[in-house]
Design a protein around this ligand. Structure first.
Ligand code: HAM
Length: 424
C-alpha cells in the first residue's frame, strides 16, 4: 500500500519554515498593539449562508471555491474562505456596537479555497486579517492601508506596489455597470469565455481578468472614478489626501476590482514584484453593507488580509531579516554507558536555569553527538562521562572557539548563562 500523502493544495510547514511564521506573527502582534487592535480567535467553520450572503452569490469564491459539507446535524457548513464575514458576524453577535466605536479587531489562521494550486496559491493558506468596524471616516481607510504598509516596512520588504481604487457604492455602481456593459458589448468576441459570462452578472470583474486578450480590451475601459457619486468621490479624495500626508507611495489603478462582492468605496492591493503570477501579498478595502447583508444593522467597516505564505515567500526572495533560527544553548554529550540519566538531569538543570538544552537518546558515539550539537547550532557542548560523574563535574566546550573547561556541576549552569549573556 502506498503511504498516504497530504491533499493537493495543502502543505506541511516544517521546522525550517515554521519559525519564520512565528516571526511574521510576532511582528504582526507588535504592529497590532501599536495601532490599538485587539486579537480575536474565530471558528474555522461557519454556516454556509454567512459566506454566500456576505461575500456574494456570484463570486468565484462562493460559486466554485468553498469547502462546503452537510454536518451530522443536517446543517450546511463551510470551512471559512476568509475572515471578514466572520469578524462582522462576531461583532454583531457580541453586540460590539455598545462598545466605544470603532472596534478594531485582528485575527489570523487557516483559510480554505478550492483553487488551482500553484506557487503562492494553496487550498489551505493562512491570513493575518485586520478590521475597523463602526467607522465611516476615510481616516479609518488610511489607517488600514498605513498599518498594512507598516507591517511590510517592519519586515524590511521592498519591491512592493500599493494600488488603490474606488468601487463606488449601490448608489453609483449600477450606472457604472451599465456603462461597462455597453463598452464591452461590442467587444464580446475579443473577451474570454469567463469574461463573457461575467459581463451579464458582474461586469466589473472583466476589468480584473489577467488574460492578455481581455486586458487589451480593458485598457481603454471607462473608469469607475469618473462615475462615482459625490459621497464616494469625496471619500476617495479624502483617503488619497490622508495617504499623501503620510508620504505613502500609492498608485491609483482604475482596473482594480476585488474578487469579493462586499466592497464599497475603497479597494486596494499590495503587489510583490518577487512572487510571480500570484503576486498579491495583501488585499482589502471598505465594506459598508456587509453587516446588513448578513442580517444585521448597518455597520461600516474597512480592513485587509495578507497571506502568510506569500509574506514568507517574499521575505525569502528578498533575503529580508527574519530574526535568527532558534538554536539550543547547550547540547549535553555523554561518554560511557552509564551517563545517560545524569546527562538528562543536567539537561533538566540547564532548562530550569532558563537555557535551551538538548541531548542524545540514541546511544550514538561522542563524535556523532558533537556533530548533532553543531548542527543544532549549540553554543556549548556539556560533556558528561564516568570521570565527570565520579568528580561531580561537567566539561564545557565552547563550540565556536573550541576551548574547554571543567566546572563543578552546580556552577556549570551559571557559567553557561554568563557566557551566553557575555556573547550577546
Ligand atoms: P483576498 O484578496 O481574497 O481578500 O485575500 C487576501 C490575501 O490572502 C491575498 O492578497 C493573498 O495574499 C492571500 N490569499 C488569498 N487566497 C490565497 C490562496 N489561495 N493561497 C495563498 N494565499 C492566498 C480577503 O480575503 C478579504 N477578506 C480581505 C479583507 C479584509 N477585506 C476587508 N477586510
Amino acid at each position: 500500500m502506498e503511504a498516504i500523502k497530504a491533499p493537493r493544495g495543502t502543505r506541511d510547514v516544517l521546522g525550517d519554515e515554521s519559525w519564520k511564521w512565528a516571526r511574521v506573527l510576532e511582528v504582526t502582534r507588535d504592529v497590532a498593539d501599536n495601532f490599538g487592535f485587539k486579537e480575536i480567535l474565530l471558528p474555522i467553520f461557519e454556516h454556509t449562508e454567512l459566506f454566500s450572503r456576505g461575500i456574494g452569490e456570484v463570486t468565484d469564491v462562493v460559486q466554485k471555491e468553498m469547502y462546503t459539507f452537510i454536518d451530522r446535524g443536517d446543517r450546511s457548513i463551510t470551512l471559512r474562505p476568509e475572515l471578514t464575514a466572520s469578524m462582522v458576524r462576531s461583532y454583531l453577535e457580541h453586540d460590539m456596537r455598545r462598545r466605544p466605536q470603532p472596534v478594531k479587531l485582528w485575527g489570523w489562521g487557516p483559510m480554505f479555497r478550492y483553487e488551482r494550486p500553484q506557487k503562492g496559491r494553496y487550498r489551505q493558506f493562512a491570513q493575518i486579517d485586520f478590521e475597523i468596524l463602526g467607522a465611516q471616516n476615510p481616516l479609518a481607510d488610511v489607517e488600514i492601508i498605513d498599518l498594512s504598509m507598516e507591517i511590510f516596512r517592519r519586515f524590511g520588504l521592498s519591491n512592493l506596489q500599493v494600488l488603490i481604487n474606488s468601487v463606488g457604492c449601490p448608489a453609483c455602481r449600477p450606472a457604472y455597470r451599465e456603462t461597462l456593459r455597453k463598452f464591452f458589448g461590442s467587444k464580446t468576441q475579443h473577451l474570454c469565455d469567463t469574461c463573457n459570462e461575467r459581463l451579464d452578472k458582474n461586469p466589473l470583474r472583466v476589468l480584473d481578468c489577467k488574460r492578455t486578450e481581455c486586458r487589451d480590451q480593458t485598457d481603454s475601459a471607462p473608469s469607475m472614478i469618473e462615475s462615482l457619486c459625490i459621497e464616494c468621490g469625496e471619500h476617495f479624495a479624502a483617503v488619497r489626501r490622508g495617504l499623501e500626508n503620510l508620504g505613502a507611495s500609492v498608485s491609483v489603478d482604475n482596473r482594480l476590482v476585488r474578487g469579493l462582492d462586499y466592497y464599497t468605496k475603497t479597494a486596494y492591493e499590495i503587489l510583490s514584484g518577487d512572487l510571480g503570477a500570484q503576486n498579491a501579498v495583501c488585499g482589502g478595502g471598505r465594506y459598508d453593507n456587509l453587516a446588513e447583508a448578513i442580517g444585521g444593522p448597518r455597520v461600516p467597516g474597512v480592513g485587509f488580509a495578507s497571506g502568510i505564505e506569500r509574506i514568507v515567500l517574499t521575505m525569502e526572495a528578498q533575503g529580508a531579516y527574519m530574526g535568527r533560527e532558534p538554536h539550543v544553548d547547550a547540547y549535553v554529550v555523554t561518554t560511557g554507558s552509564g551517563a545517560e540519566y545524569e546527562a538528562y538531569m543536567l539537561a533538566h538543570e540547564l532548562r530550569a536555569g532558563g537555557l535551551s538544552a538538548d541531548m542524545d537518546f540514541m546511544g550514538r558515539s561522542m563524535k556523532a553527538q558533537m556533530k548533532t550539537a553543531s548542527q543544532a547550532g549549540a553554543k556549548f557542548a556539556c560533556i558528561i562521562g564516568d570521570d565527570e560523574i565520579a568528580a561531580g563535574t561537567v566539561t564545557i566546550k565552547d563550540m565556536e572557539t573550541g576551548t574547554q573547561e571543567t566546572a563543578p556541576r552546580g556552577v556549570a549552569v551559571e557559567k553557561i548563562k554568563l557566557r551566553k549573556e557575555g556573547s550577546r
